[in-house]
Ligand binder design. Structure first.
Ligand code: NAD
Ligand code: TYD
Length: 348
């Protein structure tokens, strides 16, 4: 069962597992279909794999619904992606983050503990973020032993969920693994996040809001490389262990936005200068973490994973994808996919 499989990374993960690994089982996508969950992300997969891909709409905070689906399919592995994921939204309304990210994770843990008892041939993999480690200065990297120091309601809620997962390993012997990843980019990214937001603003000729002085640093990883990392941890990782995942690819926001201007200009056949002049510095995000940078040597050395996608090529693929999929963009921003959903799935 993949929770949150209709979102950005979950959908890319399901696509990756079904099309690029030797997995032969069935994937249950358990998703509430919030504003960020879009079944259209996997419409082609649903057609191609009717016996191996199932969407079950449900809330991870609903113990009965969770237990029913786990029982119905006799689920033996959970990849837990479902979360409220946007820092700006968590500042405006932290309640939903506490509910889904903390209570939802707790509900899932209780449900699998009840179903699996002492089984060891099962797995709960928890997908988390590097933001739990707080903010770095100019030097240093987050390792798996960096003390937790979350600063936003989003990262605090993810930190709490990480601790619950570890607690279930130590206290109840639940078979768990965890991964903490840096910023992802790629297709199906909801256009409230930096990279897709900027591409779509460029397409429309709108100004580009860069928070603060634009010198905050993020470490970017192509989403399919993250999917591969999660699959690697799920199939080769050691129970109870955490693996940091990152792109070894640090960029200041302003520089990244400038590169996006250049790539989008090339894709649209327009002069880059026209786009660069759209950049505007806007008031900073409260508590804006200065720098994230992941040391991913553990997963590289112990499990043989490494980031594959070169950033320039990954960005070009991403720009091309957004420009080629205006209908997807229109649907997610207008919420029109809800109509699509009603047509394709009966509401439960
Ligand atoms: P997303 O916002 O695109 O998708 C979240 C999905 O979870 C959506 O499909 C949504 O419908 C579903 N969901 C939300 N609340 C739910 C609930 N109560 N019950 C069931 N489903 C629910 O998020 P994303 O960017 O794909 O992130 C997925 C996971 O990866 C999250 O746990 C996030 O913390 C983690 N993560 C994200 C990044 C990143 O760069 N986006 C980096 C590291 C880790
Ligand atoms: P975001 O994509 O929201 O991811 P996160 O906050 O989880 O890292 O933002 C990435 C960076 O870009 C972050 O430093 C905030 C900054 N940012 C802007 O400067 N302008 C924007 O409009 C957005 C959405 C983000």
């Amino acid at each position: 069962m993949v929770t949150g499989g209709a979102g950005f990374i979950g959908a890319n993960f399901i696509r990756y597992v079904l099309t690029k690994t030797d997995f032969t089982g069935r994937i249950i996508n358990f998703d509430k279909l919030t504003y960020a969950g879009n079944p259209e992300n996997l419409a082609d997969i649903a057609d191609q794999y009717p016996a191996r891909y199932v969407l079950e709409q449900g809330d991870i905070c609903d113990p009965k619904r969770v237990a029913d689906v786990l029982q119905k399919y006799q689920v033996d592995a959970v990849a837990h992606f479902a979360a409220e994921s946007h820092v700006d939204r968590s500042i405006l309304g932290p309640g939903e983050f506490v509910r889904t990210n903390i209570e939802g994770t707790f509900t899932l843990l209780e449900a699998v503990r009840d179903l699996w008892k002492d089984r060891k041939d099962v797995l709960f993999h928890h997908v988390s973020t590097d933001e739990v480690y707080g903010s770095l200065g100019q030097e240093g990297y987050f390792t798996e032993t960096t003390p937790y120091d979350p600063r936003s309601p989003y990262s605090a809620s993810k930190a709490a969920s990480d601790h619950l997962v570890s607690a279930y390993f130590h206290t109840y012997g639940l078979a768990v693994t965890k991964s903490n990843c840096s910023n992802n980019y790629g297709p199906y990214h909801f256009p409230e996040k930096l990279i897709p937001l900027m591409i779509l603003k460029l397409q429309k000729g709108e100004t580009l809001p860069v928070y603060g002085d634009g010198k905050n640093i993020r470490d970017w990883l192509y989403v399919e490389d993250h999917a591969e990392a999660i699959w690697t941890v799920m199939t080769k990782g050691v129970l109870g262990e955490t693996y940091n995942v990152g792109g070894e690819n640090e960029w200041e926001n302003l520089k990244l936005v400038q590169v996006l201007c250049e790539k989008t200009a090339v894709a649209l056949g327009r002069p880059a200068q026209e786009f660069l002049s759209l950049i505007r510095f806007v008031p900073d995000r409260p508590g804006h973490d200065r720098r994230y940078a992941i040391d991913c040597s553990k997963i590289k050395k112990e499990l043989g994973w490494k980031p594959r996608t070169e950033f320039s090529q990954g960005l070009e693929k991403t720009v091309a994808w957004y420009l080629a999929n205006p209908e997807w963009v229109q649907n997610v921003v207008s919420g029109a996919y809800k109509t699509w959903l009603e047509r394709n799935y009966s509401a439960r």
